[in-house]
Design a binder for this molecule. Structure first.
Ligand code: PMP
Length: 392
């Protein structure tokens, strides 16, 4: 029976990790996998998380099941950061549940949307490949619109066209900030317009916020999401703590649903709970509990926000340095300065990507997506010189 299964292609990024690991050169550079790195090239556990984990070990007296919704203290503690301190549940219109990472949240959001009657998902191209993969696995059609224009800014005409062409039964999946893979985010004006358009459309917004705090700051990175939520009757928000709390492998995320009538939330969330039960039953607890302990403690919260600031500032410095290189060989690195988050795309040809690997030991996705956090004061000049060499 099992031999009926077809071989699936290896995940390109995971294959890239192996290529990098197998390269014996001491000065090789990994710009592939999407994790934050310090100036020393490390991905450390946040100090605030270490302290919370210590507390957890000392105070947790049971690991008995919590339920498909996970740790609701964690889910609620995040809400002022996501939806604003003024009115974190928008007058009782928002409820959430814990999920295994942002991926688990997306899986539930899309399955929930499907249960509600969504058959098509409108999504920018390029996007994080797992968006498409989850839709495909659920049997949802994906309609793509062009995300970035040739000048390196968002293609607003494409967004306008996509929303205008959409109707009942459609959802639109938008990156809240730090667009993966391009780093090209909507400006406040763009979000204002998108929110207005969505407010007049029957399309269900699904906002993926996986990098809050890593773009322009915690509040600024929530601007678009809050703007859209203020304009529409209902929406889903997929949140990840895996980047902004450095919890990647602990799989920490949450799904939030906003609806017009607060009384409908119980019914809506019961679908999230039922779907979770059928998928993973309950989310892993440890990381979410550590985040909750950070957010319940003023000193740990301040420490976390400070650590997050340092990450953002470092990535900004790398971006500024790349941008300052300007036209390098045959490519212009200056747009990278105005982009946000971990990723940017450099328009390398497939041959140039291969040459960066073979000749210079610099590894990144075939799309030309680089993880800017993989660059340090020790290797950034080497990277810029290699770009000049292969694109000249
Ligand atoms: N959305 C986007 C756009 C992402 O880039 C990622 C992580 N690469 C996620 C969601 C999910 O993150 P995780 O499941 O690791 O929390």
């Amino acid at each position: 029976m099992l031999t009926n299964l077809q071989q699936q292609p290896a995940d390109a990024l995971l294959a890239l990790i192996k290529l990098h690991n197998d390269d014996p050169r001491a000065d090789k550079i990994d710009l592939g996998v999407g994790v934050y790195r310090t100036g020393q090239g490390e991905t450390p556990v946040f100090g605030a998380i270490k302290a919370a984990e210590q507390k957890l070990v000392e105070t947790q007296d049971s690991k008995a099941y919590l339920g498909p919704e996970g740790d609701m203290g964690f889910v609620h503690a995040l809400m002022p950061y996501i939806f604003g301190k003024q009115d974190p549940d928008m007058g009782g219109r928002i409820e959430g549940m814990q999920t295994p990472g942002g991926t688990g949240s997306l899986r539930l959001a899309l399955a929930m949307a499907q249960r509600a009657g969504v058959t098509r998902v409108i999504a920018g191209k390029p996007s994080w490949p797992n968006h498409n993969q989850i839709c495909k696995d659920l049997g949802l059609d994906v309609v793509e619109f062009n995300h970035a224009a040739a000048d390196g800014t968002v293609d607003m005409d494409a967004v306008r066209g996509a929303i205008a062409a959409a109707g009942e039964g459609d959802a639109i999946l938008l990156h809240g900030c730090c667009h993966n893979p391009t780093g090209i985010d909507y400006s406040h004006e763009n979000w204002d317009e998108i929110a207005d358009l969505l407010g007049k459309s029957p399309v269900l917004p699904i906002i993926d916020l996986a990098y809050q705090g890593l773009g322009q700051g915690m509040e600024e990175d929530a601007y678009g999401l809050r703007r859209v939520l203020a304009a529409v009757p209902d929406a889903l928000v997929c949140y990840s703590c895996d980047k902004n709390f450095g919890l990647y492998r602990d799989r920490v995320g949450a799904l939030y649903a906003m609806t017009k009538v607060p009384a409908d939330l119980t019914k809506i969330m019961s679908n999230g709970h039922a779907l979770a039960r059928a998928n993973w039953s309950q989310p892993p607890d440890h990381g979410g509990a550590a985040v909750r302990l950070v957010l319940e403690d003023e000193a740990l919260t301040a420490m976390w926000l400070d650590e997050l600031d340092q990450m953002r500032v470092r990535m900004r410095q790398v971006r500024d340095k790349l941008a300052a290189a300007g036209v390098t060989g045959g490519v212009d690195l200056s747009p990278i300065g105005g982009q946000n988050g971990l990723f940017s795309i450099i328009p390398f040809t497939p041959e140039q990507v291969q040459e960066m690997r073979a000749k210079h030991g610099i590894y990144f996705a075939g799309s030309g997506r680089i993880n800017v956090a993989g660059l340090t004061t020790g290797n950034i000049d080497q990277f810029i010189a290699a770009v000049a060499d292969v694109t000249a």
